[in-house]
Write a protein that binds this ligand. Structure first.
Ligand SMILES: [Fe+2]
Length: 582
């Protein structure tokens, strides 16, 4: 008996040893503990930057490969050859949920190649089939399924445009996009920021093993199991961006902090400081450095992964970070308006909105909720916006839409404190020792409210679209300009209204408003089927059970919002609000 047991134990140990060796050899051979054994395409293709007779097709692989191309048109008889680049900052770390990450103890580069082909010679208003193929090193050809593409729609084309944001691998995101696809094909997706949580963590974009990564959700390839009171439903997301171009804005979750100064990607994400501070830091010796630009980014913050993933329209001043584009009857103006998100309470080691915790170590200060790109009056972005609003392309457009990540009007928590440069106040005792490092945000200096919104009103913008607070609510200015936040996609962080209050520091109640819209507008009650509380209609949706999406229909000039209750998987999507653009 004992001998048999020992033999069995030996056999188990031997099998275990072989398995470990196999894994180690596999990691060694591929150099990638994250790589799957038989690599397919890492994403389906998606559409970018449509022109009058062209459109770009982009996809990703985990192999360098060769002969990356798009076949398209009738019988897929035409070919467009792709240009291949490698993502420069995508990594995995101990917090990644992918592959063999139990073997990863610190941020480790992950090799990902991006392929982009420009498909040309298209006929306006004509949609044609396409497919992408890549050839692996072992000469096996890997192809996508067949999808459809089209160039930019001409004027007077009726379009349905999905307005979305704040996916961040949140629980209801796959459900949300699946319901969008079930309602019907969309012609474009306007995505106002916060795609993932940590932008340099590759798996959040491509293959997080919980099933809800960004691209799978937007491409109908997700597999996210939603558990509502013990009822489990698997959602796939929606096949959207294979057919419809994606226009995007930068949110705070697209910005990565100082490179490799800390032990995890989460910490690196949090470790952004204002660019100007790095510029002035003599220890960095930047004045004559040949690679000054790169070093400045590595020592402050960067949006490189976002910029490497997306091909977008560009402005001469802001490149892809802020731009304007005409798509059918819509002139879309995209702003770079986001600041770093910091905690309200300051536990040891935490960088706060209102104060620092590590008083005597300025290298660990977070400098409050500093703004990544200036937008105040007189800044390059403001000047560009002013110029854009005066351009014939903007003024002649039927629909004038502006999107920016940070909310001008909201019941959400993230609209407080005001959107302005933090004013640092250092309190000292009689001996000059630091007692507190605080940050103040004067309400009268909110750049979006003070500088940007009046410009938009004067230019007759019809719709201002934003995200960031993870709820649905909307507002109308006295001039008839609509404000919409439709970011209750994957989850919510609540609405500050009635008894529900934002947490604000004492002594600052005038600048930091605890309930309602701090900028003075009343939320509009949904016009069709508002949710009720105690029999009264609620002017918002902030729910972790009900997911919301909105669609701009240019045939009618209406924006319709839909809700789906994930607690009732068999229930119908409910159109609960609709408004017409002025
Ligand atoms: Fe955000």
């Amino acid at each position: 008996m004992l001998r048999r047991l020992t033999a069995r134990t030996q056999l188990t140990a031997a099998v275990f040893l072989v398995l470990i060796c196999f894994t180690l050899i596999n990691v060694r051979l591929t150099g990638q503990p994250f790589m799957r054994s038989a690599p397919q395409l890492l994403s389906d293709p998606f559409l970018q930057l449509p022109g009058e007779t062209s459109v770009r097709v982009v996809w990703f692989t985990e192999f360098a490969g060769s002969e990356h191309r798009v076949v398209y048109g009738q019988n897929l008889s035409q070919t467009a050859v792709a240009n291949t680049t490698k993502l420069s900052r995508t990594r995995e770390d101990q917090d990644s949920q992918v592959g063999q990450t139990d073997q990863v103890y610190k941020p480790t580069m992950r090799d990902i190649w991006r392929h982009e082909a420009e498909v040309t010679g298209l006929t306006p208003s004509t949609r044609v089939p396409y497919r992408v193929t890549s050839v692996r090193e072992d000469e096996e050809t890997v192809s996508s399924a067949e999808f459809t593409l089209a160039p930019k729609p001409p004027l007077n084309t009726p379009l349905k445009i999905l307005l979305t944001s704040d996916h961040q691998l949140k629980p209801m995101t796959a459900t949300n996009l699946q319901k969008v696809a079930e309602i019907g094909r969309v012609d474009a997706v306007f995505f106002v920021g916060d795609f993932v949580n940590v932008p340099d963590r590759a798996s959040e974009w491509f293959d997080d093993n919980r099933g809800g990564a960004l691209f799978p959700c937007l491409q109908g390839r997700a597999s996210y199991e939603l558990d509502k009171n013990g009822v489990k439903t698997n959602y796939t997301g929606g096949e959207l961006i294979q057919h419809a171009p994606l226009f995007t804005a930068i949110g705070n979750h697209e910005v990565m902090g100082r490179f490799s100064r800390s032990g995890s990607l989460n910490e690196e994400f949090d470790d952004a400081i204002p660019r100007a501070l790095s510029e002035q830091d003599e220890r960095l010796n930047l004045s004559n450095a040949a690679n000054r630009g790169e070093r400045l980014k590595d020592n402050s913050f960067n949006t490189d992964t976002y910029l490497e993933i997306f091909t977008l329209p560009e402005s001469s001043q802001g490149g892809k970070t802020y731009y304007a584009v005409t798509f059918g009857d819509v002139r879309l103006v995209v702003l770079y308006a986001t600041n770093i998100w910091r905690y309200i309470n300051v536990d040891a080691g935490v960088r706060g909105k209102y104060q620092e915790s590590q008083l005597h170590n300025p290298d660990e200060w977070g400098y409050g909720q500093h703004i990544f790109e200036a937008i105040a009056k007189g800044s390059p972005q403001y000047n560009w916006l002013e110029q854009e609003l005066n351009s014939p392309e903007f003024q002649q457009a039927k629909y004038k839409v502006v999107m920016l990540h940070h909310p001008p009007h909201s019941l959400g928590g993230n609209i407080v404190p005001p959107y302005t440069d933090p004013v640092q106040v250092i309190d000292r005792d009689g001996d000059g020792n630091i007692k507190a490092v605080r940050y103040e945000y004067p309400k009268g200096s909110d750049y979006i409210v003070r500088d940007v919104v009046p410009l938009l009103v004067a230019a007759d913008v019809q719709l201002v679209f934003y995200g960031h607070s993870h709820l649905w609510n909307r507002f109308v200015s006295p001039s008839g300009m609509h404000f919409l936040e439709t970011s209750n996609v994957g989850n919510s962080y609540g609405a500050a209204i009635g008894e529900e209050k934002r947490e604000v520091p004492t002594g600052y109640e005038k600048d930091y408003i605890a309930t309602g819209d701090p900028n003075g507008l009343e939320p509009v009650v949904p016009t069709i089927a508002p949710l009720l509380r105690d029999g009264k209609p609620l002017p918002y949706i902030a729910s972790n059970d009900i997911t919301v999406f909105s669609i701009l229909d240019t045939a009618t000039g209406t924006v319709s919002s839909y809700r789906f209750d994930t607690r009732e998987p068999e229930s119908e999507v409910v159109k609960f609000d609709e408004f017409k653009l002025k």
